[in-house]
Ligand binder design. Structure first.
Ligand SMILES: Nc1ncnc2c1ncn2[C@@H]1O[C@H](COP(=O)(O)OP(=O)(O)OP(=O)(O)O)[C@@H](O)[C@H]1O
Length: 535
């Protein structure tokens, strides 16, 4: 409802008036189809006061009073406050609801802008805020709306998903808040609703802009649909039926893509919504059309709208390259976040910009005593008691991601045996320092110590991860020297034991350490990355 409207007739009771069988059948059939999901849910009806939503509300009242509908939805009317008459319409809807004994809530929307899209967004936001988790919102969209939606998407070049139109039952999740949008009238023609509204003398608000205006939807309604109807009088039903068929096809395509994804994603590097990784060798085992569908599905995860075909084509080309250029970056501005898509070796990465920003935050060097009897810098003060408790060390965090280590002092003990320093455990410290590009370390993957590019290549560390590597070292200090001073000259032991990235770790071998079991290290020090659940 967006401009001055023709004000409605007076309100009359509808209980005794005849029900429209066609409209009732559509609602009750849809209710039966989603009966299980409807169990125990609170149901609301979005009512603009216009013909369609007022007719749906009226039908609910009639069916409920006849005992054919087990629930009476609560009406929700949103006052956009954009028109001089907005408050009058809101009052009118509230009065009608009162006369029909159907509960009604009037909500005030805060619209940013003046176009229909801004009003719709504000309307959904305010209704969503009113609904509790898993509540159901009934909308009065019908077959004509569906046909217009499908045509609109067709001329925009949509795929199977877009051409399947609006969905009769749609779970919508935003910031972990889940609601269901229910459209039981998608197969019902506007003409049937109009004659029902007329028979009931429903006092709906007639918005003249619905048929006027210069947006694509009203243009299609006014100029194109009547022409199409000349070629086929069933055009609205037919397009709505095509949408239903495509909706089934879309579910099949999606299920296949989800199945293909299981074979191709690199689970160990997955960080939902922040980092998703696909194995190119596995991708290329699929026929090309399934590769495209899979990339479309993979890229669009965590987002309400799928990526454009151009991006899917560009990512496909990236996956097909044979050179060793890992610098190419593709950018996608999603609705929720923006992403960079990159390739490193035989893997495709979809990285969120928040994640990339976090990966660039500097890491500070930290030193901790391992076993000490002073209270201040206490890690495992009593080896027999608190030594069993994991001690957390924060490596890097911002408001989204936290990278923390858990150290089990007791578990570090077997490591000490390899240094033959068991009796000096109170002289031991543990250091966490960003890996210096020139620092040479030896991993189990190489026969000699490596540094810089060679090391990154051996470990397969992509460029955006290289500022997020931490070396954990065990250091022996001299008790006689001042507390914080490491005695490098007297005591040469500063043994790197572990190299960490936020998602992987590598045991750093030394001659001494090779004699012991490297798994001790991983059970003594574990790295953990926390991502907020809403992310
Ligand atoms: N101001 C509003 N308050 C509550 N719900 C609304 C409002 N405007 C629209 N809706 C809901 O969204 C659906 C689709 O919106 P649309 O703009 O197509 O409807 P409309 O043509 O303005 O009104 P109606 O469908 O009631 O004739 C409506 O059927 C109705 O359920």
């Amino acid at each position: 409802m967006s401009s001055s409207a023709i004000l409605p007739h007076p309100i009359e009771p509808i209980a005794e008036l005849p029900i429209d069988d066609n409209l009732a059948k559509a609602l009750l059939t849809s209710m039966a189809e989603y009966g299980e999901q409807l169990q125990g849910r609170r149901i609301w009806l979005a009512c603009s006061g216009g013909r369609d939503s007022l007719a749906l509300a009226a039908l609910c009242v009639q069916l409920y009073q006849q005992g054919r509908l087990p629930f009476l939805p609560q009406l929700l009317h949103v006052n956009h406050g954009l028109q001089a008459d907005s408050a009058i319409w809101a009052a009118h809807v509230a009065n009608w609801a009162k006369a029909q004994k159907i509960p009604c809530t009037i909500l005030q929307a805060h619209v940013n802008g003046h176009d229909e899209q801004a009003a719709r967004q504000a309307r959904y936001d305010v209704m969503r805020a009113q609904l509790n988790q898993d509540d159901v919102l009934l909308l009065a969209h019908h077959a004509d709306d569906q046909a217009e939606t499908v045509l609109m998407r067709l001329i925009q070049g949509a795929g199977v998903n877009g051409l399947s139109g609006m969905h009769p039952w749609r779970v919508q999740t935003q910031d972990a808040h889940r609601i269901i949008v229910w459209r039981p009238w998608l197969i019902v023609q506007r003409a049937s609703i109009s004659s029902y509204a007329k028979r009931l003398k429903l006092p709906y608000i007639d918005d003249p802009t619905n048929d006027g205006g210069d947006n694509v939807r009203s243009g299609l309604r006014r100029d194109i649909m009547p022409v199409l109807a000349k070629y086929n009088p069933n055009v609205i039903d037919n397009i709505a039926r095509s949408a239903q068929l495509l909706s089934d096809a879309q579910l099949t395509v999606k299920a296949q893509a989800a199945e293909d994804l299981k074979q191709t994603e690199v689970i160990s590097l997955q960080l939902p919504s922040a980092q998703r990784v696909l194995n190119i060798d596995e991708l290329q085992k699929l026929p090309l059309y399934r590769q495209r569908q899979l990339l479309h599905y993979w890229l669009g995860q965590d987002e309400p709208l799928p990526p454009a075909k151009q991006l899917v084509d560009d990512v496909l080309s990236l996956s097909q390259r044979h050179d060793h250029d890992h610098q190419t970056e593709l950018f996608w501005q999603g609705r929720k976040q923006s992403y960079t898509i990159r390739r490193y070796r035989q893997q495709l990465y979809r990285l969120s910009s928040d994640w990339l920003k976090w990966l660039e935050l500097p890491l500070a060097e930290q030193t901790q005593s391992l076993f000490t009897h002073t209270e201040s810098n206490l890690i495992g003060a009593d080896i027999h008691t608190t030594g069993r408790q994991p001690v957390p060390i924060n490596l890097r965090n911002d408001d989204k991601f936290t990278w923390q280590l858990q150290i089990l002092p007791n578990e570090v003990m077997p490591l000490l045996e390899s240094y033959k320093v068991e009796s000096d455990k109170d002289k031991l410290r543990i250091t966490f320092a960003p890996l210096d590009r020139n620092q040479r370390v030896q991993t189990a993957l190489a026969s000699r110590p490596q540094s810089g590019k060679k090391l990154y290549q051996t470990l397969g560390i992509p460029s955006w991860m290289r500022e997020s590597l931490v070396v954990v070292s065990v250091t022996l200090i001299n008790k006689e020297s001042s507390e914080n001073e490491l005695l490098e000259n007297d005591c040469p032991i500063e043994q790197p034991i572990l190299l960490l990235s936020p998602l992987e770790n590598w045991v750093l071998a030394s001659d001494k350490l090779l004699e012991s079991n490297p798994h001790y290290i991983e059970s003594a020090i574990s790295s953990c990355l926390t991502v907020p659940s809403s992310f």
